[in-house]
Write a protein that binds this ligand. Structure first.
Ligand code: SF4
Length: 122
């Protein structure tokens, strides 16, 4: 059996949560002050997810790169492959904040969206 210590990031209370695991099986979760903490701990131990933030190349814009972010968290074990796709992506200005740059990346259900607008160079 192994024990993992986590800090819940779902609210400013930052509860310290202990999880006891046997292989992939979660035996117990303690230290959380509400059900959201248990949900967070289970997800972190079984299949953690993260928001991806990066930049994509821009053609014809006032800057050469545009910051992008996923519309929701994606599995942590898919971040590397997702980054490879983002790195190879090139778009053309103008771009509006919230534009979908990559739809449903790696079939995760998350879109990669523009974090800001960018005008085209005239
Ligand atoms: S367990 Fe609940 S109360 Fe504690 S940090 Fe997480 S969300 Fe907040």
């Amino acid at each position: 059996m192994i024990q993992k210590e986590l800090v819940c990031v779902n609210c400013p209370m930052g509860c310290r949560i202990s999880v006891e695991l046997e292989g992939d099986q979660v035996l117990s979760v303690s230290g959380n002050s509400c059900p959201r903490g248990k949900e967070y701990a289970l997800k972190e131990c079984i299949r953690p997810e993260r928001i991806l933030t990066s930049t994509v190349k821009v053609n014809g814009g006032v800057h050469r790169v545009l910051p992008v972010i996923t519309s929701k968290e994606i599995p942590l074990d898919m971040i590397f492959d997702a980054m490879e796709i983002v790195k190879k992506t090139e778009i053309s200005a103008p771009i509006h904040e919230g534009d979908v740059i990559i739809h449903d990346i790696l079939n995760t259900g998350a879109d990669v969206i523009a974090s800001r607008s960018m005008k085209a160079v005239h």
